[in-house]
Write a protein that binds this ligand. Sequence first.
Ligand code: COA
Length: 324
Amino acid sequence: MAPIYSRIIATGSALPERVVSNADLEKIVDTSDEWIRTRTGIRQRHIAADGQTTGDLAFLAAQRALEAAGVKAAELDLIVLGTTTPDIIFPSTACLVQARLGANGCAAFDVNAACSGFMYALGIADKFVKSGQSKKVLVIGAETLTRMIDWNERETCVLFGDGAGAVVLEASSEPGIHATCLHADGGYKELLWNPVGVSTGFKDEPNHGVRIRMAGREVFKVAVKTLDALVDETLQAAGMHESDIDWLIPHQANLRIIEATAKRLAMPMERVIVTVDQHANTSSGSVPLALDYAVRSGKVQRGQNLLLEAFGGGFTWASALLRF
Ligand code: COA
């Protein structure tokens, strides 16, 4: 029997309207546009409006991806949504989006892998398609990470933004996703986390203590090293070489981390999709937002090989090498 591949047939994304520049942040914390740009590459971020949720952004991104694919919501047999900032504890944001799209009945669930959420969701969806279980899948990465930011804490508040991206996957006899690699090491949990939750009890702190805590320099070091090994592993799993890759579409956390990965792959920055300047770190939203930008701007063309990767809290890290 011929192998089944999963192919990305369309992409979509959504960003909140409100844009906050580095200069805007200078007014609320002791920082500077120069510091933020040189350390991270970030110039601005989009921030969700009051009452605007992860599910709202996910729904918009999903609608745009389905429209571009020419696929009706009722045709979907699976929705996988990567997020760390679900609208409510349950039902999952995937279920909330499913109902709004009118895809009722298909399987729908969330994946929490912090900033690797979309890459995990894509890896899982790929396995569903390859096993013959699913034919048309909606994969979403969506976050309102700024909801858990302390706007007095300059170390973290300058780094993050809100947004969502989505892809429609279809079963195909043509490649397709060649390889996905998913990893985690919970031993690093305290370097990047939000230690508040249901089972441990919500703390009586301002903002319920729901805020990101991060050891930035340590995260940076592990991220660069881990992503180096990840891209090697992914190339090997796909049986490809650096020169086979047309575009690197990395997680958009920090331009210096992106440049380090590009260097490892011997790729010039002209073949790397960079949106961190516009979006900052949108966690699970980051890779699909960058992919949608790359597709809609005409940079990425059908038939090209794309390497997608992400790294985040957990730590988690994951990748996909695919023919678009
Ligand atoms: N504005 C101005 N100064 C700031 C600042 C800000 N927003 N945030 C921190 N600083 C200060 C620090 O207090 C420190 O001051 P000190 O030297 O007087 O102690 C100084 O800047 C340098 O901090 P340092 O941590 O050494 O900077 P860095 O070069 O490591 O850059 C990060 C900091 C956070 C940008 C960088 O470490 C990083 O991007 N890490 C990875 C974070 C990440 O990507 N997380 C998500 C992963 S999914």
